[in-house]
Design a protein around this ligand. Structure first.
Ligand SMILES: [Zn+2]
Length: 261
């Protein structure tokens, strides 16, 4: 968006023709864009003169039309689908990978992660096992944050600085551990644009959903209408707190029309 604020966009796996997704439940698939939809969004940005930045660059809040592109989970499509398209458009991005998923079917291998890194894309951390960090023990939080950072750094041979929370779930304990581990930022899934006044440990991100019309994408990049989504998001978080994350996920999958897998 214009001026010294920036909307951080959150993507996940991309859908390629003839290729099985990493997961199939509706609560997952709603976050998955077919490659062509993603291309359409990137083409709109490019044709409209926008810049696409990684997290480190976005934190400078340059005075131009820009979005920050982020991808969660570390799916193989980061390298084989997103990266080539981003290179074609001259766009930068940050890939938050789940350390414990590396080398499992559908996700990046260690070698592929090194390749993505060597192509100049920013690699960041999205926990060890994708556990909701509000639901696990102190020892597990340490493993999810500290050990995951170490694992990725060992693979890449350099420090990584940014962390994003699985499912957007975080609390004070999460924040403290992320700081203690030496991460410089924490990204969540809260619906707001970020500015130079936003805490680096409370970076909002807007999840781009599968069926988002291009006009709605443009509105998001411009930071329009985010307050409406913010209220919906807060209401969801309230339900999650009352009934618990597991029950919430089962309920969401039931409401979306399929039993949880
Ligand atoms: Zn995730």
């Amino acid at each position: 968006m214009p001026g010294s604020s920036c909307v951080f966009l959150m993507y996940h796996e991309l859908e390629l023709a003839g290729r099985k997704l990493c997961q199939s439940e509706p609560g997952y698939v709603r976050y998955i864009l077919p490659l062509e939809s993603f291309r359409q969004q990137m083409a709109w940005l490019k044709n409209s003169g926008w810049h696409a930045l990684n997290v480190t660059e976005a934190l400078n809040y340059p005075n131009q039309n820009c979005v920050c592109l982020t991808f969660d989970d570390g799916c193989e499509t980061d390298l084989i689908a997103a990266a080539p398209l981003l290179r074609e458009f001259g766009f930068r991005a940050t890939f938050y990978v789940t350390a414990g998923f590396l080398g499992t079917p559908g996700y990046l291998s260690e070698e592929q992660l090194r390749q993505l890194d060597s192509e100049g894309f920013e690699i960041a951390c999205h926990s060890m096992t994708h556990a909701y960090l509000t639901d696990v023990s102190e020892a597990e939080v340490r493993r999810e944050i500290v050990d995951a950072k170490t694992r990725i750094e060992q693979i890449l041979g350099h420090a990584i600085e940014h962390f994003s929370c699985p499912g957007g779930r975080y609390d004070r304990r999460t924040l403290a551990m992320v700081r203690q581990a030496g991460f410089k930022t924490l990204a969540n899934s809260d619906f707001h644009a970020n500015t130079s006044a936003t805490s680096a440990y409370e970076l909002g991100r807007i999840a781009i959903l599968r069926d988002l019309p291009i006009a709605a994408f443009e509105a998001i990049c411009n930071g329009r209408g985010l307050w409406k989504k913010r209220y919906q998001h807060r209401a969801r978080r309230g339900v999650q707190r009352v009934i618990g994350n597991d029950a919430y996920d089962r309920l969401r999958n039931a409401l979306l029309g399929e039993p949880p897998s």
